[in-house]
Design a binder for this molecule. Structure first.
Ligand SMILES: [Fe+2]
Length: 252
């Protein structure tokens, strides 16, 4: 036996979907609220966060310079807590987003090819597929934000399977995982997708510390218990790490 001993490495979850910048969208109102969210993220074993403010100009006025100012201020606070903060957007899909991405008006995850894409919850499956393929054709890797909210996906696992085969990534919110297990729901698309390993990444979609907080730690425990440590680690650490580093998921 050598002198080397197993070292307990601190777990660091990576949260690729948050609304943590103040005064940009429906996230925190003040900087001190954002700092509270950073503290809560740390308590939830999260060491890396992507600030994915909504890009939906029809709903919220978008000012990229304002985003960057707020980003810098939150980043300074994050650094003090040993949290890495990266830039990005949760981009509401319209036919105009490809042009907006090209012009740098809205942002992919940390400037790479992965694009966190939000859809109208009532969108038809065919329309969603066409939208996602338009992103793929341009070389992006679309990540469907809180896919469990889209009826066309929860009603058709074959559509989810087909999209995944075509290079689409599926993000589910922590709270949806927790809710599905708390209620012991028999028919739960989230549970089915997780069993079939159709989900690539779990994130908080945190907006504050009360109504829509980070529950990453609790979610991590559930994932480990029901789906095993290997898949759990992929969902909370390895796959999101690949996304922010612009690497292929299969490379990890
Ligand atoms: Fe969101």
């Amino acid at each position: 036996m050598g002198s080397e001993e197993a070292v307990e490495v601190e777990k660091t979850y990576i949260d690729i979907h948050t609304h943590i910048l103040p005064e940009i969208d429906d996230g925190p109102e003040k900087m001190q609220d954002a700092v509270g969210m950073l503290i809560q993220a740390r308590e939830n074993q999260t060491g890396v966060i992507v600030a994915t403010s909504h890009y939906c100009p029809d709903r919220w006025a978008w000012d990229r310079n304002r985003y960057l100012e707020q980003f810098q201020m939150v980043q300074e606070n994050a650094e003090k807590m040993n949290i890495l903060l990266y830039s990005g957007n949760e981009i509401y899909y319209t036919s105009r987003i490809l042009d907006a991405l090209e012009r740098g008006e809205c942002m992919s995850l940390n400037g790479g090819r992965y694009v966190l894409t939000e859809f109208d919850h009532d969108i038809w499956g065919r329309a969603m597929e066409q939208a996602l393929m338009s992103l793929r054709y341009e070389g992006y890797f679309p990540v469907v934000a809180h896919a469990e909210r889209c009826g066309c996906l929860t009603e058709s696992i074959s559509l989810v399977e087909s999209l995944v085969r075509q290079g689409v990534y599926i993000q589910v919110n922590c709270d949806s995982v927790i809710r599905a297990h708390k209620r012991r729901l028999h028919r739960s698309p989230v549970k089915t997708w997780l069993k079939e390993e159709l989900v690539h990444v779990i994130a908080t979609d945190m907006h504050d510390t009360e109504a829509r907080p980070s529950r990453m730690k609790q979610c991590g425990e559930i994932l480990k218990k029901y789906y095993g440590p290997v898949y759990s680690q992929k969902l909370l650490e390895k796959n999101p790490e690949a996304m922010i580093n612009d690497c292929y998921i299969s490379d990890i």
